[in-house]
Design a protein around this ligand. Structure first.
Ligand code: SF4
Length: 83
């Protein structure tokens, strides 16, 4: 993302992000490893819906965002496009 595209609302949810406290390792696991821990943290995160919206809007391809894995986001995106 270009720095001038960042707005206050983009940043507000990141300040509440639980993953900022736990570190990024859970959220960008090696291919094939479990995302269960990341999803468990996302489930407790107040920023979950803003985070997911951000990931979908910015076409984030890697890692867990808003409690959804890459594959789950792709599926959601497809179902939104078809619905
Ligand atoms: S929903 Fe998950 S990935 Fe998104 S900010 Fe919260 S903890 Fe991080």
């Amino acid at each position: 993302m270009h720095i001038e595209a960042i707005t206050a609302s983009d940043i507000a949810w990141q300040e509440q992000a639980l993953c900022a406290q736990t570190g990024a390792d859970f959220f960008f696991p090696e291919p094939g490893s479990s995302v269960r821990e990341a999803k468990r943290i996302c489930a407790l995160c107040d920023s979950r819906s803003a985070c997911l919206e951000y990931a979908l809007a910015n076409d984030e391809r890697f890692g867990v965002w808003g409690g959804l894995s890459e594959k789950e986001r792709m599926r959601l995106r497809r179902s939104e496009e078809n619905g």
